[in-house]
Design a binder for this molecule. Structure first.
Ligand SMILES: Cc1cc2nc3c(=O)[nH]c(=O)nc-3n(C[C@H](O)[C@H](O)[C@H](O)COP(=O)(O)O)c2cc1C
Length: 440
């Protein structure tokens, strides 16, 4: 029997992904209502995904010609609604799918993060997670009264304190704190045991919090922590705290190396490496025939050639560089950033001596970690092969042209093919997110 793997979905903030494609539906009118997000979550639940991760960034991009124009004109990386609000709606629309909003450490006080995710855990019946990101854009920092983001490694140093508070607050209600009202028909009496609800009195260099959490006990032992650090500091942090890691190494061999590194560091930290699931970012193209899938894959390059400015703005948005003054026909050369260092490193390695134009086209043509292109059955086989090389634990799927139509290629085409091969679950084993993550 093959070893089954986990599936999750990476919702890149906005509901207007398909804007500019032929399949926009009525998204121009109803993007605000989040009805599309609801359809997405219900589709993923039908396909038994572990969780939906709601990405976030908290600014309107300006990384192209020092202006917001291109971002606004094309709906690039905006609009982004507040993730915990969207998460609440999705929790109410589903019953098994894990809901994992991104809450950036620079923007939410740790008490607020503990309270939001704790409340989400309650109203979802134990399906809440938290995507822990430090944020990386100075534009975002300026929305919160700072001039710039703290330096990259310092952000992780601060995050160590931050996560200690969040975990402490989740634990400020000890197991068994509720003593009354546990059975239907029970008469009102004492509700909580005060000796089991305690302050944490945390005084750090960067943050402080007294506690206890006023929202009450969490349903899961504690909400699931997701993390995506790729740098040395990022991996160190993930190995200490994450229950699931979302990562985008280039190629199955690098996926394997990344996972082995995380697992070795988990062991050094006294953690069971199987207690954290590493999910690799992919963007499958699934069509009725191989020819159709290859044509669609080729369209990524054609589309990128026609919209070089949008592609460069999108890359610049991720790594905080404005490429608008760069010569497209010169080698990329050396670049540095205080933003996503891992993305930049991968881009530079893949670019080599290529020109910026060639490097961007190459990036546009590939579907993240491993390129998955074909029919439902052949993509399922490609995923099986990649997982065998990587060693586990599963995939984080993101579709660049997310629409109800493209979603169906995954939920109604690819997933049944994976199920037939025994590679993914056919029904949820449990009600809560962590239990499902740990089911295999
Ligand atoms: C799959 C994936 C999802 C991510 N989601 C977010 C996000 O929602 N918000 C954000 O600010 N950063 C996000 N990041 C960026 C990471 O938090 C991190 O900054 C990045 O992977 C670079 O790693 P490093 O900071 O260790 O260099 C994501 C990264 C990956 C690979």
């Amino acid at each position: 029997m093959p070893q089954p793997f986990h599936l999750s979905y990476f919702l890149q903030g906005s509901s207007v992904h398909a804007w500019g494609s032929p399949f926009i539906g009525t998204i121009g009118q109803d993007w605000q209502s989040a009805s599309f997000f609801r359809d997405l979550a219900q589709g993923l639940e039908r396909a038994c995904f572990d969780y939906l991760l709601i990405e976030d960034s908290i600014y309107v991009g300006e990384n192209w010609q020092n202006s917001r124009d291109l971002f606004l004109k094309t709906g690039l990386c905006i609009p982004r609604q507040e993730p915990s609000v969207v998460a609440t709606l999705l929790a109410a629309s589903t019953s098994r799918l894990g809901i994992v909003p991104t809450l950036s450490t620079f923007a939410y006080h740790p008490y607020l993060t503990a309270r939001i995710t704790g409340s989400l855990d309650q109203i979802s019946g134990g399906r809440a997670g938290w995507n822990m990101v430090t944020g990386s854009s100075d534009f975002a920092a300026q929305n919160f009264g700072m001039q710039a983001m703290p330096e990259h490694d310092k952000r992780y140093e601060m995050a160590e304190e931050y996560v200690e508070i969040v975990k402490g607050l989740w634990g400020s209600w000890a197991p068994g704190a509720q003593v009354g009202g546990l059975e239907p028909g029970e008469e009102s009496g004492q509700l909580f045991d005060p000796s089991k609800v305690n302050t944490i009195d945390f005084e750090g260099e960067y943050y402080a919090s007294r506690g206890p959490l006023n929202s009450g006990p969490t349903v899961q032992d504690r909400p699931v922590i997701a993390q995506a650090g790729g740098s040395k500091m990022g991996i160190r942090f993930a190995a200490r705290h994450a229950d699931t890691i979302v990562a985008a190494p280039d190629g199955a061999e690098n996926m394997r190396a990344y996972r082995e590194q995380v697992r070795a560091q988990m062991v050094e930290n006294g953690r069971d490496p199987d207690s954290c699931k590493v999910l690799f970012l992919v963007s499958p193209i699934v069509e009725e025939t191989e020819e159709m899938a290859r044509w669609k894959s080729e369209q990524r390059r054609v589309e990128a050639e026609q919209n070089m400015d949008v592609r460069l703005a999108r890359l610049g948005w991720t790594i905080n560089i404005d490429f608008s003054e760069f010569d497209l026909d010169q080698p990329v050369g050396e670049l540095t950033t205080n933003g996503h260092q891992t993305t930049l490193k991968q881009f530079l390695e893949a670019a080599g001596q290529n020109t910026l134009r060639e490097a961007v086209l190459e990036r546009a043509t590939k579907g993240y970690g491993v390129d998955l292109v074909g029919t439902p059955d052949s993509v399922a086989a490609q995923m099986e092969e990649a997982m065998e090389v990587a060693g586990g634990d599963g995939f984080l799927i993101a579709l660049g042209d997310l629409s109800r139509r493209s979603l169906a290629t995954i939920t109604d085409g690819l997933v049944p093919a994976l199920q037939r091969r025994g590679l993914v679950r056919k029904k949820y084993e449990h009600e809560m997110l962590r239990d499902n993550l740990l089911a295999f």
